[in-house]
Ligand binder design. Structure first.
Ligand SMILES: [Zn+2]
Length: 103
């Protein structure tokens, strides 16, 4: 992970896959620019799996696997910081909030 810090103007792009703040760093150093994009995708996938855990084939008229949902994903789209928040704290630009409510 990039330990050198990320300039404020690059913050809106940190969630994009393959985006790298430090252009001089090559892939040979191990960085792929996938860190945050992957992290968000993993969270989304995890939420979806826990909201709809049934693994029965589509053709089945009803569920026989017995896997029950563990909760519901409250945020279909991530909650992003408001303009006021980013003005007060520039690092808030890279924040994404997703909420899953346990049932
Ligand atoms: Zn099922």
């Amino acid at each position: 992970m990039g330990g050198a810090g990320i300039p404020a103007e690059d913050l809106p792009y940190v969630w994009d896959a393959f985006f790298m703040s430090d252009k001089s760093r090559s892939r040979s150093e191990g960085g792929s620019g996938l860190g945050l994009a992957l992290a968000d995708r993993i969270v989304k996938l995890h939420f979806r799996k826990n909201e709809h855990p049934c693994i029965c084939p589509r053709e089945f008229p009803l569920c026989v696997c017995g896997k029950q949902p563990k909760g519901i994903c409250i945020t279909k789209k991530p909650v992003l910081p408001t303009e006021a928040e980013t003005k007060e704290n520039s690092r808030a630009k890279s924040a994404k909030l997703r909420v899953f409510e346990k049932i």
